[in-house]
Each structure stands twice: as C-alpha cells, then as structure tokens.
Design a protein around this ligand. Structure first.
Ligand code: HEM
Ligand code: HEM
Length: 184
C-alpha cells in the first residue's frame, strides 16, 4: 500500500504561495516600469517604481534558499498515476525551470543594478554589499539577460497556472489540492 502523503508540507505550501505572490508582484512592477515609464516623461517616479521593484524582488533570494533546503529534505508528493511517464517528466522539468527562474531573475537583476552603478536595496532598510563595479560592458550583457529571462519566466508561469487549473477542473485530480490541502 502506498502510504505517501498526497500533499506538500504546510511549510512548502506556505513558501510556494508567498513566493508566488512576491514573484508575480515583482514581475508586474518591473514590467510596468520597463514598458510604460520613461525617464524623459516620468522623471523621478520611474526611479521610485524601480526601487520598489528591487525591494520586493530581493525577498525572493532569501526565500529561495530556505525553499531549496526544504525541498531537498522534504520530497514532493507523487504526481497522479493517470499522468503518462512523459507528462510526469515534463512536469518535473517545468518545476526545475521555475526554480531556475527564482534564482536567475534576482541574480541577473542584482548584477544589472550593480554594473549600472546602482544599489541593490533590502526592504528599504539596508543594501547588499556591492559585488560589481560600475561597468557598461557588463550592463550590455546582463540587462538584456534580465529582460529576456523575465519574459521567459512570464510565459512559464502562465503555462504553470493554466496546467494547474487544467488538472483541477478538467482532469479533476489532486495536483492543485496537493498545494492547498493537508492530510486529515
Ligand atoms: C523575482 C525577481 C524579479 C523579477 C520577476 C523581475 C522582473 C522584471 C521585469 C518583468 C522587468 C521588465 C522587463 C522589460 O523591460 O520588459 C524588469 C526590469 C528591471 N529589473 Fe527586475 N525582476 C526581478 C528582480 C530584480 C532585482 C533583484 C533587481 C535589482 C536589484 C531588478 C532590477 C531591474 C531593473 C533595474 C529593471 C529595469 C526597469 C526599467 O528599465 O524601468 N530586478 N524586471
Ligand atoms: C498563482 C498561481 C499559481 C498556481 C495556481 C500554482 C500552482 C501550483 C501547484 C498546484 C503546484 C504543485 C503541483 C504541480 O504542479 O505538480 C505547484 C508547484 C510549483 N510551483 Fe506553482 N503555482 C502558481 C504560481 C507559481 C509561481 C509564480 C511560481 C514561481 C515562480 C511557482 C513555482 C512553483 C514551483 C517551483 C513548484 C514545484 C514545487 C516543488 O515540487 O518543489 N508557482 N504550483
């Protein structure tokens, strides 16, 4: 008999949802600043929005360390047996890519800020030590890297949410519940 729980631990669920909210908020603020505000017409407002983007987004770097440790020590529940081996592999690959985005976006964002000569603040209280000098040649690499990664992450998350909803409403399996419910 398979006695393995069908649910993620409460800690894993908490980390998933809090990070989902922070990640989506950071994404929307960054996208708004990058595509709807300009230094020419919006003056210092754009600077304030970018600062907000950074302060929200850096929380991810602290939480992802805890989350990876927790994931390593607490395995995920099995995917439904109704999923083919190929679909299960794709689901795991999708999760791996999401974890990579949780690491790559704050790291590329921080490299972008430092190399452009700006600080990486921590919740408006302090800032990370500067690990890079101002350097336009590095900006030319990490700026597009951050922007393209953010678009890729946006597509990945849209797919992730649609698949979760499909599992719940069409396949009617326990995948979405595994991230919400718990054993009785
Ligand atoms: C969860 C992490 C993050 C996400 C999801 C994210 C997402 C985004 C998005 C969607 C954009 C707009 C891209 C575009 O122009 O189309 C952006 C821009 C930007 N991000 Fe991030 N980012 C993250 C972390 C960071 C961090 C940690 C920093 C710096 C400390 C940072 C600095 C910037 C800057 C300076 C811009 C340019 C904004 C502008 O040109 O108005 N990002 N980010
Ligand atoms: C807000 C809408 C979201 C919904 C409805 C949702 C739903 C789910 C569900 C049901 C699972 C577990 C089962 C599975 O997919 O096999 C899951 C896992 C996961 N989600 Fe989300 N998610 C959302 C947003 C996000 C965001 C924004 C991120 C991060 C960028 C994210 C990252 C992950 C990761 C990394 C896993 C794998 C967990 C593990 O096995 O350790 N999710 N999500």
């Amino acid at each position: 008999m398979n006695t393995k729980t069908q649910y993620y631990t409460r800690t894993a669920q908490f980390l998933h949802w809090i990070m989902a909210i922070i990640f989506i908020a950071a994404w929307v603020i960054g996208f708004y600043s990058g595509n709807f505000l300009s230094y020419d017409t919006d003056g210092s407002f754009k600077g304030e929005v970018i600062t907000l983007h950074k302060n929200v987004a850096v929380l991810i770097i602290f939480l992802v360390v805890v989350r990876i440790f927790w994931r390593y020590t607490h395995p995920a529940p099995d995917l439904p047996a109704t999923m083919s081996p190929l679909m299960q592999k794709l689901a795991h690959l999708g999760h791996l890519m999401l974890y990579l985005m949780l690491l790559a976006l704050p790291i590329s964002g921080a490299l972008f800020s430092w190399s452009a000569g700006h600080p990486v603040p921590i919740i408006y209280l302090t800032e990370f030590p500067r690990l890079l000098q101002e350097n336009p040649e590095i900006v030319a690499i990490v700026r597009p890297l951050h922007v393209y990664l953010s678009w890729f992450a946006g597509l990945l998350i849209a797919g992730h949410v649609l698949v979760a909803l499909k599992h719940h409403f069409i396949d009617k399996d326990h995948v979405l519940k595994s991230m919400i419910g718990r054993d009785q």
